[in-house]
Design a protein around this ligand. Structure first.
Ligand SMILES: Nc1ncnc2c1ncn2[C@@H]1O[C@H](COP(=O)(O)OP(=O)(O)OP(=O)(O)O)[C@@H](O)[C@H]1O
Length: 261
């Protein structure tokens, strides 16, 4: 008997976004298979955050299709939102709430029963090492701690797809290892994670597949080893997006001692 193929966790076709006259995302296609860890990499300004923003309903696309686990995410935002956990770029958090208050509030918005919400919030605080942040206004928390609170918020409602914009940015190595273990358990349990990152090492260590975005378009995609094509991923990345020798010329005043300032 033929087994039904599960729908992709995330399927993007022909996605476009223009800011003024600048085409930030240009007919981008992306497929993230269910139950995988997928990395999205690209140079600064490549269009990763804009793509993620459109995927999770924070930025409206000019054109294209987005399907989350087979559901049309643009037509049915409510369904897409319930399936997806999001760690957006920039993390605009309500600064006066403490970490615990934000998590309880988010659990309420997600419609979690009060007892389940309290249990999950307590467990996330424990596992992610957020005891201090739980009682501290978010305005007074460090960048890395805010990332962890944002991640806890993304996990609260047990989504099927996690979309994370640079989840390891500013996070210390011990916390990063904890986050990696949490994400690995999530994926091993059938969830799907797509994350943007500048760490090729992280992609090599954690991701099943990778998509390389450059100037709003996909320039390579597939299993990490295939995209790396026999090189380490960092060298292959530089080859794909074009090496840049800037930084080795100019700024003579910086290296000429004794010059008048
Ligand atoms: N709201 C906006 N208005 C105008 N331009 C924007 C806006 N948002 C993004 N852009 C531009 O779109 C391009 C893509 O930005 P985006 O943040 O998606 O890149 P990125 O790949 O996430 O970059 P980085 O790795 O530096 O975070 C950039 O040139 C950026 O300046």
């Amino acid at each position: 008997m033929l087994r039904a193929v599960p729908p992709a966790a995330l399927e993007i076709r022909g996605l476009c976004k223009t800011f003024g006259t600048f085409r930030a995302v240009d007919r981008l296609d992306l497929t993230v298979r269910s139950g995988t860890f997928h990395g999205m990499v690209g140079p600064n300004g490549a269009g990763k955050s804009t793509t993620i923003g459109m995927t999770v309903g924070l930025v409206s696309p000019d054109a294209g299709e987005i399907r989350i686990l087979g559901h049309d995410a643009l037509a049915d935002r409510g369904r897409a939102r319930s399936l997806t956990g999001v760690l957006p770029d920039g993390l605009d958090l309500p600064e006066r709430l403490t970490g615990a208050e934000l998590l309880r509030y988010s659990a309420g918005l997600r419609g979690l029963h009060r007892t389940a919400a309290a249990d999950r919030v307590a467990e996330l605080i424990e596992v992610l090492g957020l005891a201090k942040a739980a009682g501290t206004p978010l305005a007074d928390c460090s960048t890395g701690t805010r990332k962890k609170v944002g991640l806890a918020q993304a996990l609260l409602h047990a989504p099927r797809l996690l979309v994370l914009d640079e989840p390891f940015e500013a996070v210390d190595p011990v916390s990063a290892a904890t986050i990696r273990r949490v994400l690995r358990r999530f994926v091993d349990g059938g969830g799907t994670t797509v994350l943007s990152t500048h760490s090729m090492l992280l992609v090599e260590q954690m991701c099943d597949e990778v998509t390389v975005v450059h100037q709003g378009r996909v320039v390579a995609a597939g299993p990490v080893a295939e995209v790396a094509a026999g090189q380490n991923l960092e060298d292959r990345f530089v080859e794909l997006v074009g090496a840049d020798a800037s930084g080795s010329e100019g700024l003579d005043w910086l290296t000429t001692p004794g010059e008048q300032r």
